[in-house]
Design a protein around this ligand. Structure first.
Ligand SMILES: Cc1ncc(C[n+]2csc(CCOP(=O)(O)OP(=O)(O)O)c2C)c(N)n1
Length: 263
């Protein structure tokens, strides 16, 4: 997608891939053939820019054909660089302006609770996004209203657009901050699927407070020349780099083109 588009975000989507894939395939109650099903769980990407992982998972789940992925970031496609809920099935909120997703998720969660419904809301957040003040209003309100159908997943990759998060505007001690706001805090290795599954289960059984899963991850996870390097935040790979990345991730362009043609 990124090579074809010649633009877009590579590093963040790869740091989110393990916990986001686990969420869609093992945790979510959803029906890709009926995206607006009233009993569905909601996923809000507060870090709207991680569309490569968001759209890939929606396509793999069957919300739309895999071949649509090759239109990513092109004029007229429903797969724009940042997600639009009016255009793409499975997208619950139009995001991209950082710091808004937790407030949106909180509103959805409160609405569901008012209607007496059991649906859950997942909000995928970035670490540097916690530099946005509005995030903390939502953190405070979610705990105050004991919104336990809300689970935030924090992609703690210590990287942002201009450098290392800890050097630009350190958000630590982030776990203590959430605890002080009376959230249920679960810290995990964000690339260990068993830990990820266990965290989602613990979040589901927590009553009386919202949960944040702090996922320690690596930007560009799985690709040797990208891992841990913030410069991959907003850059696409060249065709050669793309081929090398795919082979390190256990696939090839050939395999992908075949799947796309057949979809
Ligand atoms: C309100 C707002 N300010 C600035 C930006 C530009 N921007 C896009 S991504 C990003 C960095 C986000 O860092 P992080 O949340 O850690 O995501 P990651 O780098 O891990 O993908 C910035 C500053 C934006 N999208 N919205």
């Amino acid at each position: 997608m990124l090579v074809e588009a010649k633009s877009g975000h590579t590093g963040g989507p790869l740091s989110c891939t393990d916990f986001a894939t686990t969420l869609y395939f093992n945790v979510l109650n959803h029906d890709p053939k009926n995206p607006k099903h009233p009993d569905r769980d909601y996923v809000v990407y507060s870090i709207g820019h991680v569309t490569p992982v968001n759209y890939s998972l929606l396509a793999e789940c069957g919300y739309f054909p895999l071949r649509d992925l090759m239109t990513f970031r092109k004029l007229g496609t429903h797969l724009q660089g940042h997600p639009s809920y009016l255009d793409t099935p499975g997208v619950e909120a139009s995001t991209g302006s950082l710091g808004q997703g937790l407030s949106i998720s909180l509103g959805i969660a409160l609405g569901l609770r008012m209607d007496g419904k059991p649906n859950r809301v997942y909000c995928i957040m970035g670490d540097a996004e916690h530099q946005e003040g509005a995030t903390w209003e939502a953190v405070m309100a979610a705990a105050n209203f004991k919104v336990d159908n809300l689970c935030a997943v924090l992609d703690l990759n210590n990287a942002q657009i201009d450098g290392r998060m800890e050097e630009i505007m350190n958000i630590h001690p982030i776990a203590d901050k959430y605890r002080a706001f009376r959230w249920n805090v679960i810290e995990i290795d964000g690339h260990d699927v068993l830990q990820i599954l266990d965290a989602y289960r613990r979040a589901m059984s927590t009553k009386g407070s919202p949960t944040v899963i702090i996922a320690h991850t690596k930007m560009g996870r799985g690709v040797s020349f990208m891992e841990g390097d913030y410069k991959w935040h907003g850059n696409p790979p060249s065709p050669e780099q793309g081929e090398k990345a795919l082979s390190e991730l256990g696939t090839t362009y050939g395999i992908w083109s075949k799947r796309l043609r057949e979809s």
